[in-house]
Design a protein around this ligand. Structure first.
Ligand code: GLA
Length: 664
């Protein structure tokens, strides 16, 4: 569960602006230039000590805080705050050499060598102890430091390990989840292929085996991996909270979909509420996103982060100023994109904008990753835009603490996303994140701001709830309550199919059948590029189902096989539920058909409009013109970016942005 918190970094004046700062890579003389340029760019916070374990703790029992003290003092002297990291995402060689059992083993059983970052086994006691000691020592030393604004635990938790220590921890976790071996055998369906366990010692992580592994095993392994990393995060966070009780604690999550190793909803209560905050990294990855335009990708990341925060403000902890080191050949941001994207994150609830990283590294694996201050220095486009955006952010500081107004929600269940990716699926192309991204992008194009939320939460505040792909579902109770209460629910195909153990519900789609009033006879996946026609003139792609109404109106049918209903509508209580038995090829037209209205009817295409509102009613309309035509912005008030009044129907030029404090 997410807990509300509208003041996520209390000691920071205004919105956060900065990035990862790695002064350990530079001579002392460069640091002075760094802080001078930071001030010039409006940077007010930097993440330090992210990967500096080897400096603070250069050998067993050896501690040296001299450099970190100097960095923190320098920041404080320049009025720049620190997001102080614990550095535990990257143990140095001495540690791995002294504790070889902490090096991760992959699914093939190969123990990896040290030499890069994140080289650890989350289940190794020596590593678990070391990170708590590190966090404790840092918290003791810096809790009262004037530069300290917040704590940053680890970095992008994702590591898994298949070693014997992991196997032991996995068995203990399984015993807690399933009770005895009978429970485990049932849950994994081990009678299939005669894989019944008769002793716990037979239970293994999903190490490489000859054929398709058990989907139940794969799914539980993912749950276990997420829980193990959460435990690691909590061990550090608890050690810090004990010693530094008044400062927020976070870690940089990847709820934006770049990594899907964590069940973020299980993490939710530990990264929301008093002195906690949701912080996420977001890198745009075009090949993950079909033909989704960059601003819609930005919106997806932001809406997922805000969703996890339960609607509270959150923080964009990392983005790239330009290209990413790991995306060879990709992609110079077009002039102005960085500014527009950055403002969109803020429009969508981020309390600032941070980058990886402040100054481009001269060496190391990420020497060609872009930075706020690139190799080209202050002459480069990235820098000019960084400076320009810093100034803009300073002018809109009063939005801090306000929240985003969203009329629609898209349901995102992380377990469901894992389960839909387990081996042996009927289609390789019905997977959750891509499906959600497509629907979300269609909503973005229509001008509908959406929260990406947990299907188990209270949905009653939303006009529309969309469930593009909810593969795992135990019960329809929450969705039913939403519909009966007057909501419009739109459900995508291949939803409600399995239970939490990935067992197919009898009578498809088991958990949704009664609610949608439709039964599915068979799946009929489509080949790549194949289309299926509907009698309303639209088309479906990728997937179809032979579906029949039980208690629903057939709004459109397939024109050939499966020749039964394709789009269904059912009125229930004060609301209605729609079900589509194929993926609509034109999702925007589909949304129109099911009655989804834009937030600002008549707004120009590619004009992004998002409203943030304070509890006392003060509201701000963020307007970002991603298009090539001037666009009319439906607001009256003052544009905080230019200081000029904004008349009703004021025009925003192509590429431009405005943040209008609205006259009530
Ligand atoms: C991640 C990491 C950073 C850096 C960037 C580069 O987000 O947290 O340390 O590697 O990727 O894109």
């Amino acid at each position: 569960m997410a807990h509300p918190n509208n003041d996520i970094i209390p000691t920071l004046d205004g919105l956060a602006y900065g990035g990862d700062y790695n002064p350990e890579q530079w001579d002392r003389a460069v640091w002075d230039e760094d802080v001078r340029l930071m001030r010039e760019a409006g940077v007010n916070i930097v993440s330090v000590n992210i990967f500096a374990w080897a400096g603070v703790n250069p050998g067993p029992g050896v501690w040296d805080f001299e450099r970190l003290d100097a960095v923190m003092d320098l920041l404080a002297a320049n009025g720049i705050k620190a997001d102080l990291a614990t550095s535990t995402a990257s143990p140095p060689p001495w540690f791995s050499q002294a504790h070889p059992e902490t090096l991760p083993v992959n699914a093939e059983g190969v123990r990896l060598a040290y030499g890069a970052r994140a080289e650890y086994c989350p289940h190794a006691p020596a590593f678990q102890d070391a990170v708590v000691e590190m966090a404790s020592r840092l918290a003791e030393r810096y809790a009262a430091h004037p530069a300290l604004a917040m704590w940053h635990v680890g970095n992008e938790y994702y590591r898994s390990c298949f070693c014997d220590l992991a196997a032991d921890a996995f068995r203990a976790w399984l015993q807690e989840r399933h009770g005895g071996l009978d429970g485990l055998n049932d849950a994994w369906g081990t009678t299939f292929w005669s894989q019944t366990f008769t002793d716990w010692s037979q239970v293994l992580p999903p190490r490489l085996c000859a054929e398709t592994p058990s989907p139940g095993l794969v799914l539980d392994w993912q749950r276990f991996g997420s829980d193990a990393l959460l435990k690691l995060f909590r061990s550090e966070a608890d050690a810090i909270a004990e010693r530094s009780p008044d400062k927020p604690i976070t870690t940089n999550l990847m709820v934006t979909g770049n990594f899907s190793h964590l069940d973020y909803h299980r993490w939710g209560e530990h990264v929301t509420g008093p002195n906690r905050l949701v912080a996420t990294d977001h890198y745009l990855i075009p090949e993950h996103d079909d033909d989704i335009e960059a601003p819609a990708q930005v919106a997806f990341g932001a809406d997922a982060s805000r969703g996890l925060a339960g609607g509270s403000p959150w923080l964009l902890m990392e983005q790239s100023a330009n290209s990413s080191a790991w995306r060879k050949g990709y992609f110079a941001k077009r002039p102005g994109d960085q500014i527009r994207h950055s403002l969109s994150y803020v429009a969508r609830g981020s309390e600032g904008v941070m980058f990886f990283q402040w100054r481009a590294s001269r060496y190391g694996a990420e020497r060609y990753h872009s930075a706020m201050l690139p190799h080209g220095g202050t002459e480069a486009k990235s820098w000019r835009e960084v400076k320009e955006f810093g100034a803009r952010l300073g002018r809109i500081a009063e939005v801090k603490g306000s929240t985003v107004v969203a009329r629609a929600a898209v349901l995102l269940d992380f377990e469901s996303a894992w389960a839909a990716n387990t081996p042996g699926q009927p289609s390789a192309h019905m997977t959750t994140y891509p499906e959600l991204r497509r629907w979300h992008a269609a909503l973005w194009r229509k001008g509908v701001t959406t929260d990406l939320v947990n299907p188990a939460w209270d949905l009653s505040g939303y006009e529309y709830v969309l469930a593009p792909h909810l593969y795992v579902l135990e019960s329809d109770a929450n969705l039913r309550a939403y519909v009966e209460g007057g909501g419009t629910l739109v459900v995508g195909p291949y939803s409600g199919i399995v239970d939490r153990n990935d067992h197919v519900h009898p009578g498809l789609p088991g958990a949704l059948r009664d609610l949608i009033g439709v039964r599915i006879e068979e799946f009929a996946p489509l080949a790549e590029g194949e289309a299926i026609g509907l009698d309303d003139g639209s088309e479906g792609r990728t997937w179809s189902e032979a579906a029949q109404p039980i208690d629903a109106e057939v709004v459109a049918s397939f024109t050939e096989y499966p020749s039964t209903g394709a789009l269904f509508r059912r009125e229930l209580g004060r609301g209605e539920v729609w079900y589509t038995a194929t993926r609509p090829a034109d999702l925007e037209a589909f949304l129109t058909k099911v009655g989804v209205e834009p937030d600002f009817p008549g707004a120009a295409p590619n004009l992004e409009l998002v409203r943030r509102r304070h509890e006392d009613g003060r509201s701000y309309l963020f307007a970002i013109n991603h298009g090539t035509e001037p666009a009319e912005v439906p607001a009256e008030g003052d544009d905080l970016l230019t200081g000029r009044p904004w008349a009703a129907k004021g025009i925003l030029d192509p590429g431009e942005t405005a943040v209008i404090r609205e006259r009530s």
